[in-house]
Design a protein around this ligand. Structure first.
Ligand SMILES: [Zn+2]
Length: 400
């Protein structure tokens, strides 16, 4: 290989043939990564010409992040105060100052660019489908943002069909048309907050079958066992043969059910190829306000992984009525999952941030992020600057 380029010398637009020395999770000692035609050609240890070890690398090279759960149309609208519950956040978010369509494109671009500078090369955004919010141009605006950023990031849009739209005939035919035309890549919603939750789930799964899109549904974002919907949703996934095409977001209720019941649900999920998207930051803030000895509403990450479920960590809301914090950084979600969910295993944690890539491997696309840290714990807690590469091209340089 040509001499690898030191990460500090990389600039936006560069297509280096090799990067190093870097640390790589699971590899010991400083490594050089060679890149050829957008792929990782080789990862091998670096030693100096006399065979002595080279100095400790300044950067950790990780697979780039795949952000599974954002609300780009709400990001950065701000909030009059922190939320007191999910229902409170929904109520405040429905006010005119909580949802501002006129600036949605600009705010969404800022969100996706921030994610890119934080090391993500893929992101999924739920786009509000409230009749008053979505009215015609919504998808169009987000579709344009998606196009504008296509060199930097793969963006998937979920039609977030809330507020009983899934049981409204006119709305569902509009959804059917938009999904068939590829305006959204997935269908979603929050059936626990609809007036006929089971019917909403049926309608969502039916739309997925008819249009061939995948499903990503906000489900059981509650701690009240009487509102459990997951069993019904799993029946529908099975009945309609949607195995491997469905993600469940939040699943907070799994943190409040007896262990045996939780494990039984987790095993069913694993069998049906369900992916669980946890959003530790919003789960922690939205539930149990002013409750003595609060439950923390975070789905049991390790239990789910032990039972074979794919678990992903998402940023979710950014500086809006659901969550007041303006950061959009997958490493922060990893930090929270390690802290609040005891996700101590490095490979599991990295997989949860990267859609299942525990480390870098030769032959894979050179989608990676170089984090200025020596260890994963240092990266998670300091969240330093990083360099994002997509198919071997430096697409973003972030500083913190
Ligand atoms: Zn969400």
């Amino acid at each position: 290989m040509e001499l690898p380029i030191h990460p500090r010398r990389l600039a936006e637009g560069d297509r280096p043939a090799g990067v190093g020395p870097v640390g790589v999770p699971g590899y010991s000692g400083p490594q050089a990564i060679s890149i050829d035609r957008g792929l990782i050609a080789e990862i091998k240890p670096i030693a100096d010409r006399l065979g002595r070890p080279v100095p400790e690398p300044s950067h950790l090279a990780m697979p780039s992040f795949a952000e599974p759960h954002l609300h780009p149309d709400r990001a950065y609208v701000g909030s009059p105060r922190p939320p007191r519950s999910l229902e409170d956040a929904i109520e405040v978010g429905a006010r005119p100052e909580g949802y501002i369509p006129g600036t949605a494109a600009e705010r969404a671009r800022r969100l996706f660019s921030t994610l890119s500078a934080s090391g993500a090369t893929r992101a999924r955004g739920h786009v509000g489908c409230h009749p008053e919010h979505i009215a015609a141009p919504r998808w169009q605006v987000m579709g344009e943002v998606r196009d504008q950023l296509k060199e930097v990031m793969d963006i998937e849009l979920v039609a977030f069909a809330v507020a009983d739209t899934l049981t409204d005939r006119e709305e569902t035919s509009r959804l059917h048309r938009d999904l068939s035309m590829g305006r959204y890549q997935l269908i979603g919603g929050s059936p626990n907050h609809d007036s006929r939750p089971s019917e909403s789930i049926i309608s969502m799964m039916e739309l997925a079958v008819r249009t061939g899109v995948e499903v990503d549904v906000h489900i059981d974002e509650t701690l009240d066992p009487a509102r459990l919907l997951m069993d019904f949703a799993l029946d529908e996934v099975e009945r309609r043969r949607l195995e491997g095409r469905v993600s469940f977001s939040h699943c907070c209720l799994l943190s409040a059910l007896p262990e045996q019941q939780t494990r039984a649900i987790a095993r069913r999920m694993a069998g049906l190829g369900i992916t669980v998207n946890c959003q530790p930051r919003t789960n922690l803030i939205l539930h149990e306000y002013r409750v003595h000895s609060p439950r923390r509403a975070l789905a049991p990450i390790n239990l789910l992984i032990d039972e074979g479920v794919h678990v992903r960590l998402g940023v979710d809301n950014v500086d809006d009525t659901f969550c007041p914090f303006p950061t959009a950084d997958p490493l922060e979600m990893g930090y929270l999952a390690r802290l609040a969910g005891h996700l101590y295993d490095d490979a599991r944690l990295i997989s949860a941030l990267t859609d299942g890539r525990p480390t870098l491997r030769s032959g894979e696309k050179a989608d990676l992020t170089l984090v200025e840290a020596k260890t994963l714990n240092e990266a998670l807690s300091l969240r330093p600057g990083r360099i994002t590469m997509r198919e071997g091209v430096v697409v973003a340089l972030g500083s913190n």
